[in-house]
Design a protein around this ligand. Structure first.
Ligand SMILES: O=C(O)CCC(=O)C(=O)O
Length: 292
């Protein structure tokens, strides 16, 4: 359980570090799960084999592979029992319930972001909710879990305190896509928040075993990994019982939603597992407890 003070810090800043929560064995088990998926590779999954929804280099473009890749794997929980167990983790689920002030939660999707040692690229400044136009309202909260200590050298996230209270600013953030290296990442320029003060980005190191939480309107991103260490992390994006389907938008996960416009996402089906009901985590399903 989070303390009242932690919840108040999150409400003020839009992000929070839980402190040490996960055991070495728990983190090892997801790191092993990721290693298995990386071994298979983006094109190695056979038909009918459990597999992620997407596996690609976020930095590759029309010109092909990028010299500075960020490997994104969406819904690794569908390919790896270790990650499927993680989405139900009672501490994480309870914390998300406390931070969203909601009693019913579902997984919206997850995503690995893996920045390889020395060459890992940037995840440019953004807010999550505006990139998720098929669900409303813009209230999800995410848990971000590193498999390596994440610090400034290997491309930890940066956050802007209080930015979750400034509404949808994605068009401004898109103008900041040139900020990619550690040296330039705090140079956000050209936005005046309500109240007049300048946005003050802060590096957000998170150690192995700790869990970081961020609101879906919090400004965040992460620069290059120039260290000799990988930076492997998973974000689990949770939506609340208030989430409704907006059929007018588009998103990778839309292919799995067969609902009328405005219908509750609680009816969206098995790609969006329910993890909390009436304020209580549902727990890890029995068949998953010993699956490897
Ligand atoms: O892992 C990263 O550096 C960025 C992750 C992210 O954008 C997110 O969790 O919303």
């Amino acid at each position: 359980m989070l303390t009242e003070e932690q919840i108040a810090d999150f409400d003020r800043d839009g992000f929070l570090n839980s402190g040490p929560i996960l055991s070495t064995a728990e983190v090892d088990s997801i790191a092993d799960g990721l290693a298995g998926v990386l071994d298979i590779g983006p094109d190695g999954f056979g038909e009918g084999q459990p597999q992620p929804v997407s596996y690609r280099d976020l930095r590759s473009g029309a010109a092909g592979a990028s010299a500075n890749p960020v490997w994104q794997i969406v819904n690794i929980w569908e390919a790896s029992p270790a990650f499927e167990r993680l989405i139900y983790h009672p501490y994480i689920v309870k914390a998300i319930s406390q931070l969203t002030h909601e009693t019913d939660l579902q997984v919206w999707h997850d995503q690995i972001q893996y920045k390889p040692a020395e060459t890992g690229g940037a995840t440019t400044w953004h807010q999550d909710a505006p990139l998720w136009p098929i669900i409303k309202p813009m209230t999800p909260v995410s848990a971000w879990i590193p498999m390596d200590d994440a610090d400034e050298e290997n491309g930890c996230m940066w956050m802007v305190p209080g930015s979750h209270k400034w509404g949808n600013q994605i068009e401004f953030l898109r103008t900041q896509g040139h900020l990619q290296t550690l040296a330039e990442f705090n140079n956000l320029a050209g936005f005046e928040p309500p109240g007049g003060a300048a946005p003050t980005p802060v590096p957000w190191p998170v150690r192995r075993g700790e869990i970081s939480f961020h609101h879906s309107l919090t400004w965040h991103g992460s620069p290059f990994n120039t260290s000799h260490r990988p930076r492997r992390a998973i974000a689990i994006h949770y939506m609340t019982g208030a989430a409704r389907f907006d059929a007018g938008g588009n998103h990778l996960m839309k292919q799995f939603v067969d609902l009328a416009d405005g219908a509750p996402m609680s009816q969206a089906g098995p790609h969006f597992p329910v993890v909390c009901r009436d304020g209580e985590p549902v727990g890890v399903p029995a068949q998953l407890r010993s699956a490897s």
